[in-house]
Ligand binder design. Structure first.
Ligand code: AQP
Length: 332
């Protein structure tokens, strides 16, 4: 059975894009694969996190994952910093990856923006740590949102260069698993920007913890255009905001763009937004309630993470020790 690995940053409250692009697919893969899911707190440090908040956010992210349906008994759920193999392998990959490769990463360019000289070096080498996360388990299938495709290509370049430089066939090829019609959910305020938990505007996203009123209000205020919905997907061309809302609806209804437009084409956004908000509330309310239930018992969350870390380390430690041996590091 191919091993699945994926991670999510505890850099805020998970948002609808995380859910439709990643978390929901993580749950679905549990039936057919052995899965390792990681709350990547070391990645979160690449942008400033209040130390008082980071531990709480790590527990909150874990609670959300459990609430979505991650089964921490049958699979592995843990936080990244608790398994040292990730940082050890990331250092080796820092020495394998090339500056030119990292310079091409669009997520770095987006996140650094005009402040390139002032962002952390951790943000620049983020994809090397991500490659280490996956390859420390020799995982070959990685369910992510479409925004992570480029990072996975880089992880494969790193794995291949490692294998080539050290004359081994040690790391496997990684295959991205990008699922669904909402593999890239866009901001509710700007259809050209992806929805993000760290966007300064709370109105730009649906948080998995938002209550019914907040969801309805955010959808009502979501940016659209003055035209009615088209009858077919071709009519969404050049209408990023409309495309985004129809895509979200399709994902929630287990349909596709054509199916949603067959039902709602010709309608104005008022009626469509109402139907969309209703679906979102019905879908997310049980997850929010279950998240609150977990958060009422932080000891139980910590127990899940502790058990997950021990099981993750049992897999990763021997693989990373072998990688260290292959590059010539001495373990006296
Ligand atoms: N808008 C999105 N649409 C589809 N998938 C998305 N993902 C994130 N945003 C969208 C997917 O969620 C998984 C976990 O992401 P992450 O938290 O590790 O990092 P991220 O991609 O940087 O997510 P955010 O919400 O934008 O976090 P911040 O604001 O902290 O940077 C990934 O599989 C990602 O593809």
């Amino acid at each position: 059975m191919q091993l699945v690995f994926s991670g999510i940053q505890p850099s805020g409250v998970p948002q609808l894009g995380n859910y439709l692009g990643a978390m929901r697919n993580w749950v679905a893969l549990q039936d057919r694969h052995d899965c390792i899911y990681c709350v990547v707190d070391l990645h979160a440090l690449t942008t400033w996190q209040d130390p008082k908040q980071l531990a709480a956010q790590t527990r909150e992210m874990t609670a959300s994952l459990l609430a979505c349906g991650i089964d921490a008994d049958r699979h592995i759920l843990f936080n990244q910093s608790a398994v040292h193999a990730h940082a050890r392998l990331a250092w080796i990959f820092n020495c394998v990856a090339r500056m030119g490769w990292l310079n091409r990463m669009t997520q770095f360019k987006d996140k650094a923006g005009k402040d390139r000289e002032n962002v952390s070096t951790g943000l620049f080498v983020y994809p090397n740590l991500m490659a280490a996360d996956i390859l420390a388990y020799k995982a070959s299938r990685v369910p992510v949102g479409d925004d992570q495709r480029q990072h996975l290509e880089l992880a494969n370049d790193i794995a291949q260069k490692f294998n080539h430089d050290y004359g081994v066939d040690f790391f496997p090829v990684i295959e991205p698993v990008i699922m669904g019609v909402a593999a890239r959910v866009m901001s509710l305020r700007d259809g050209t920007k992806k929805m993000s938990k760290s966007d300064p505007s709370d109105q730009s996203r649906i948080n998995l913890t938002d209550d019914a009123d907040a969801i309805a209000q955010k959808i009502r205020r979501a940016k659209t255009d003055p035209h009615p919905l088209p009858e077919a997907p071709a009519g969404l061309e050049g209408r990023a905001e409309a495309r985004n809302l129809v895509g979200i609806y399709a994902a929630l209804a287990d349909s596709d763009l054509a199916g949603v437009l067959a039902e709602h084409g010709g309608k104005g956004f008022g009626a469509f937004k109402e139907a969309l908000a209703e679906r979102l509330i019905a879908h997310l309310a049980p997850i929010a309630a279950e998240t609150r239930r977990w958060l009422a018992d932080p000891g139980a969350i910590d127990a899940v993470l502790r058990q997950g870390a021990a099981r993750a380390a049992a897999i990763a430690d021997p693989i990373v020790a072998e990688a260290e041996r292959l590059v010539g590091l001495l373990r006296p």
